[in-house]
Design a protein around this ligand. Structure first.
Ligand code: PGA
Length: 253
């Protein structure tokens, strides 16, 4: 089955709201008439509203880097689902390894965020991936299974099929310049596909897109995107400049 590739820029803690708007203006003009793969950008929370306005009606999807699970209330510092939806967010990025590493994200909280995202009618990109120690201990597949099943607990098959994207991001390859080899990518993606097939059915599992993330650059994107079961990329550093991001998008077409 043919899955449309999806390339998303995860801007992390970069760009002010004004810089973000300037940047998407350029992207928008360079992506005019673009087809062949889906493109998204993930600015910081403070930039979502103006960037969402700028992207309204365009072929670039607005993504948030996190989402809180409660609807509203006394939760200082959190941003609720409807607030994101109102900015025009289409995808919420959930469970990024930096959130897991620095901000106490667990499989349980990933699951809560995912449910909240779907309940609000937004799609989600769920990030999973092993650390170097886990890989060296031969635990990669076990870690991926646990993270995936934990994230997807009690999620309906219909939601998985229509709104879910998985991002495989080996923690040791994020921001380090170390890219996983194509064999490592192929194996991890095949394993994730097998778990999805088991949670859904083989036929439905095939419809869910699996991005690769971790030091994707214009120089390696074509090779990575050609690997079986790689349905696009979640891009950090190389998504911050229009030239490199555009080159990666073109590699996905
Ligand atoms: P990187 O980040 O491309 O800078 O390695 C990827 C990510 O964290 O999503």
């Amino acid at each position: 089955m043919k899955r449309v590739k999806i390339v998303v820029g995860n801007w992390k803690c970069h760009k002010t709201p004004s810089e973000s708007v300037e940047f998407v203006k350029e992207l928008k003009s360079r992506l005019q008439g673009h087809t062949g793969c889906e493109v998204g950008v993930g600015p910081t929370f403070t930039a979502l509203y103006p960037v969402g306005k700028e992207l309204s009606g365009s072929n670039i999807a607005l993504c948030s880097q996190n989402i809180f699970w409660e609807k509203q209330g006394a939760f200082t510092g959190e941003v609720a689902p409807a607030m994101l939806k109102d900015c025009g967010v289409k995808y919420t990025i959930i469970g990024h390894s930096e959130r897991r590493q620095y901000f106490g994200e667990t499989d349980e909280t990933v699951n809560k965020r995912l449910k909240a995202s779907f309940a609000e009618g937004m799609s989600a990109i769920v990030c999973i991936g092993e650390t170097l120690a886990q890989r060296e201990a031969g635990k990669t597949n076990e870690v991926l299974s646990t993270q995936l099943k934990g994230a997807l607990a009690d999620i309906s098959g219909a939601d998985m099929v229509s709104r879910l994207v998985i991002a495989y991001e080996p923690v040791w390859a994020i921001g380090t310049g170390k890219v996983a080899t194509t064999d490592q990518v192929r194996e991890a993606h095949a394993h994730i596909r097998a778990v999805l097939n088991e949670l859904l059915t083989p036929e439905l599992g095939e419809t869910v897109r699996i991005q690769y993330g971790g030091s994707v650059k214009p120089e390696n994107a074509t090779e990575i995107f050609a690997v079986e079961n790689v349905d696009g990329g979640l891009i950090g550093g190389a998504a911050l400049k229009a030239d490199s991001f555009m080159a990666i998008i073109n590699a996905a077409k």
